[in-house]
Design a protein around this ligand. Structure first.
Ligand code: OGA
Ligand code: MN
Length: 293
């Protein structure tokens, strides 16, 4: 296995490993450390099926079954399908608008996610270049680069995150197929409080844990002041040197850190330029500091 850093703030390619085979303990620990260090790992040219994909992801933590669980591989509720393809029977093949806006997966959940894994089966291309990239921002760097007085103000603070915020933003977009959340779905996903600054379990370093998709307000703070600070933080996250973009190729398995990054799916492709991804969300259920020690 060969880990080649991108040279940018995030990102590395991991060559010479077939994720369809069971991961050795040593490789598992190497990959955990690499995930902490690089935030986004790309494993190119992977060709296995759904069972192997789920087994690989499950090594890193328990897999989430999505609350809106509309599209998944038959027999694998934990493997979602993201796609803009329409099946011959007229039904959509997958969720067609996942992640289109800056967010962190599962920040709306008391139990947070460690990482998300996508396996690319169809990637839209135009003029020989792939479109539909996924962008990331480095929240280790974003925290480090905050002014000291703001670090002090955020320390020990929490913010409220709400699943419905991002869902409604997406639902309001023209042509959205999303339905209003039912009361039962809302009860499953009540707003939760999360620390604004947290120690990353893989790196032991502090990260800024807030994202425009789900973060509503800073708890126990005057609403105007909370809005002002969140606006500042979201603008700060936009600094060009925090950005990394992944251009997809068919066969890529992309694993990203959902504690130390925020991400955004760029929907610059048309309905007949097909994109098809398998997806598994890894919850932070293991003792990671012990595993990377
Ligand atoms: C997700 C997501 C991005 C993409 O699956 O949570 O944000 O590019 N996907 O599909
Ligand atoms: Mn996402």
């Amino acid at each position: 296995m060969d880990i080649v850093p991108s040279g940018q703030t995030l990102g590395a390619r991991v060559e010479g490993i077939n994720l369809g085979n069971p991961l050795s303990d040593a490789d598992f620990r190497i990959l955990l450390r690499a995930l902490g260090r690089h935030g986004v790992l790309c494993f190119p040219n992977q060709t296995f099926g759904t069972p192997e994909f789920a087994a690989f992801a499950r090594r890193f933590g328990a897999l989430e079954v999505n609350v809106a669980n509309l599209f998944h591989e038959p027999g694998f509720p934990e493997v979602m399908i993201l796609s803009n393809q329409i099946l011959p029977d007229g039904q959509p093949a997958g969720l067609n608008d996942a992640g289109q806006g800056w967010h962190t997966d599962m920040s709306y959940s008391k139990d947070i996610a460690l990482a998300n894994v996508l396996h690319a089966h169809a990637v839209p291309t135009r003029n020989g270049k792939s479109v539909g990239e996924t962008q990331f921002r480095d929240m280790h760097a974003a925290y480090d680069e905050l002014p000291e007085h703001l670090k002090e103000r955020l320390e020990g603070r929490t913010a409220t995150h709400d699943f419905e915020k991002f869902w409604e933003t997406m639902r309001q977009r023209p042509g959205s197929r999303r339905a209003k959340l039912t009361d039962a779905q809302k009860r499953k996903r009540p707003p939760v409080s999360q620390p604004l600054v947290r120690v990353h379990p893989l790196t032991g370093r502090k990260v800024l844990y807030a994202n425009p998709g789900y973060t509503m307000r800073i708890d126990g703070m005057d609403e105007h002041e909370s809005g002002r600070i969140l606006d500042y933080l979201f603008r700060h996250q936009e600094r060009a040197d925090f950005l990394y973009a992944h251009r997809w190729a068919v066969g890529d398995v992309l694993m990203w850190d959902n504690i130390g990054t925020v991400h955004n799916a760029v929907a610059d492709y048309t309905p007949d330029e097909h994109r098809y991804m398998r997806r598994a969300q890894i919850m932070a259920t293991l003792d990671y500091p012990a595993l990377v020690a």
